[in-house]
Design a protein around this ligand. Structure first.
Ligand SMILES: Cc1ncc(COP(=O)(O)O)c(C=O)c1O
Length: 446
């Protein structure tokens, strides 16, 4: 296998060592300072300490290599959220790293445009089915907002039907549990429909005849039922709405051309972000030429849109994706993980479901009554982090998760699930928890 780092030779805490809560002295000290100067203490809500087991998990990571990370107190872990998805090849992946250092030697951003904007746009047009033209930005939220704005301009309509999570911008934030500061008048303009339930989208079209500008859909959680994606596209087009695919998570992960290539359904516009530059801040809205031309009159412009380090990182990442079996590796390792977890859960009698596709999945735990339980999940996370494996929300496979990493992870998962099973049969998970349970991140229900 051609991936030179994260091959399991790094020394993560041996699972045979007595599991212990990691030392967190430096983490806690930094957190105390952060609470004083940073509202929420974090730049990314999903990375805050309340998303993990507070009092057990590290709070700050210092360094990564392959799929291994080291916290500020020197503890080492095998990482699974992988920075929430942007790391596709591995931390400090050599060819990406080198490309960025080379670019750094020439400059990061200029008064005029840079040739890499053209090179990368052409490369994306080549590999993404719906892409005839491309615009770049920095975050996923930038491009989902841009796609929705373009659809509104194109159709001269204002209403939007959405499914999934699409970022922090006003059009979407108003629909979440954190709408503070967003004009309430926007609320009537965006309507949620449920994944795999076409009838919920039909209802929106019935309630707003001739008014829906866009149907925007994320395909990151549950797997689509046969025909669902085709039905959503047909419904959108029947009603004159633009069909937008939010591929911020699925892009470059399920297939080189994203979920649209994997499922064989081509949207009108699509949004890419995480994964495209192996951790550098870059996103893209791509799509049909006539729709993309709307950006000639839609306001979508930013100082760092053509920042060169991220463009260099993306070109280098694409080069690896094109020439090495990266995506096959994500599927293979993800399948080993899924099968191993299923076997260990059955042996321990723990109700756990793995949703999503092997390159990106999520573990859903239930209690004995069958109710989804963050308490049970927290106990599992606690027992894993004590043994050197870092779990959070998503499980993101990378090109650097080696067989040895997966084997070590499954040993840890087996031990953790056995303990969770004993807790469920005995005094309950709360009794075994050594910190505060993880909070549910505010995501819309799907
Ligand atoms: C499906 C999806 N869309 C959009 C976004 C927003 O991306 P960003 O946080 O980079 O703005 C995310 C982020 O998690 C996402 O998962």
């Amino acid at each position: 296998m051609g991936h030179p780092i994260g091959d399991g030779t790094a020394t993560v805490t041996d699972v045979s060592v007595t599991p212990a809560v990691p030392v967190r002295r430096e983490s806690e000290s930094l957190w105390r300072r952060a609470e004083n100067v940073i509202p929420c203490g974090t730049q990314t809500l999903s990375k805050g300490p309340d998303q993990f087991v507070r009092g057990v998990y590290p709070i700050y990571l210092q360094r990564g290599e392959g799929c291994h990370v080291w916290d500020v107190d020197g503890n080492e872990y095998i990482d699974y959220p992988m920075a929430l998805g942007p790391i596709l090849l591995g931390y400090q992946y050599p060819t990406v790293h080198e490309a960025v250092v080379r670019q750094l030697g020439e400059g990061t951003t200029f008064t005029l445009m840079h040739p890499k904007e053209v090179e990368l746009a052409e490369a994306l047009v080549e590999c993404i089915p719906c892409a005839e033209m491309v615009r770049f930005a920095k975050n996923g939220s930038d491009v989902t907002a841009a796609a929705v704005r373009a659809a509104r301009a194109y159709t001269s309509r204002e209403q939007v039907a959405f499914c999934g999570y699409h970022g922090w911008q006003d059009w979407y934030a108003v629909t979440t549990s954190r709408p503070a500061g967003v004009p309430t008048m926007l609320k009537g303009l965006a309507h949620a429909f449920e994944f795999n339930k076409t009838e919920t989208l039909e209802r929106i079209f019935l309630d707003h005849p001739g008014d829906i500008a866009a149907v925007i859909l994320e395909v990151g959680g549950e797997n689509p039922h046969p025909g669902f994606l085709e039905q959503v596209k047909a419904l959108a087009h029947r009603h004159g709405a633009v069909f937008i695919w939010d591929e911020i998570v699925t892009g470059f992960r399920l297939a080189l051309g994203g979920a649209q290539e994997y499922y064989g359904v081509t949207p009108d516009l699509a949004c890419f972000g995480k994964g495209m530059a192996n951790g550098f801040p870059l996103s893209a809205v791509v799509g049909r030429r006539d729709l993309m031309k709307t950006f000639e009159r839609v306001f979508f412009s930013m100082t760092y849109g053509g920042e060169t380090l991220s463009l260099a990182a993306a070109l280098a990442t694409l080069q690896v994706l094109r020439t090495e079996p990266v995506i096959a590796h994500l599927w293979a390792q993800g399948a080993k993980f899924r099968d191993g977890v299923a076997a260990a859960a059955a042996a321990a009698g723990v109700p756990v479901k793995l949703i999503g596709q092997p390159p990106r999945s999520a573990l859903i735990f239930s209690d004995r009554s069958g109710e989804e339980s963050t308490l049970v999940k927290s106990l599992f996370m606690q027992e894993c982090v004590k043994r050197g494996v870092l779990f959070g929300g998503p499980v993101m496979m990378t090109y650097s998760h080696s067989d040895r990493d997966i084997a070590r992870t499954l040993d840890v998962v087996g031990e953790a699930l056995a303990l969770v099973g004993r807790a469920l049969d005995g005094e309950g998970p709360a009794k075994y928890l050594e910190g505060q349970p993880a909070q549910i991140v505010f995501r819309p229900k799907r």
